[in-house]
Write a protein of this length. Structure first.
Length: 150
């Protein structure tokens, strides 16, 4: 790896340790020429995941969109941030474990709803009402009955 200070090609690894919950490696390096130290991070490169939207257009997967939808559905709900982040990680792992290069947004929506159902029933109904585009109170009541019968 090149030194960011003098562009020398020869650098040595002084220390390595896990980072980002064991999903990356943090390496402390030293340049052989100028003797300055710097840090680098090493992560596994994943294939880009494409999302097939309802209108059949495609866009790259964006975790912030997933987080935004979940946080909106959990707005003012008594769910700790750690549990929310764990749920988001769980959903993301489920998505990536399918080992597909493309996944439909409807498939992601179903995965999110299944996870929200166990996390917070109110958040589940909120998410479902937007995701399933409830047209009237009857559709809303059908979804509530599914939760109450479960």
């Amino acid at each position: 790896m090149k030194c960011p200070f003098c562009d020398e090609d020869n650098t040595r690894v002084i220390d390595s340790r896990p980072a980002d919950d064991n999903h990356a490696i943090r390496r402390r390096r030293q340049c052989d020429k100028c003797k300055k130290r710097f840090t680098s991070f090493e992560k596994v490169e994943t294939l880009p995941l494409m999302i097939i939207k309802k209108d059949q257009s495609r866009e790259a997967y964006d975790r912030t969109k997933l987080e935004g939808g979940i946080y909106r559905s959990l707005h003012k709900r008594p769910v700790p941030t750690e549990e929310i982040n764990a749920a988001i990680d769980d959903i993301e792992n489920t998505i990536f474990m399918q080992a597909e290069k493309e996944i439909s947004s409807s498939n992601i929506g179903e995965i999110v709803m299944e996870r929200l159902k166990t996390l917070d029933p109110v958040a589940y109904v909120r998410f479902a009402s937007v995701y399933r585009e409830f047209k009237d109170v009857g559709t809303f009541m059908e979804e509530l009955k599914k939760i109450l019968d479960a």
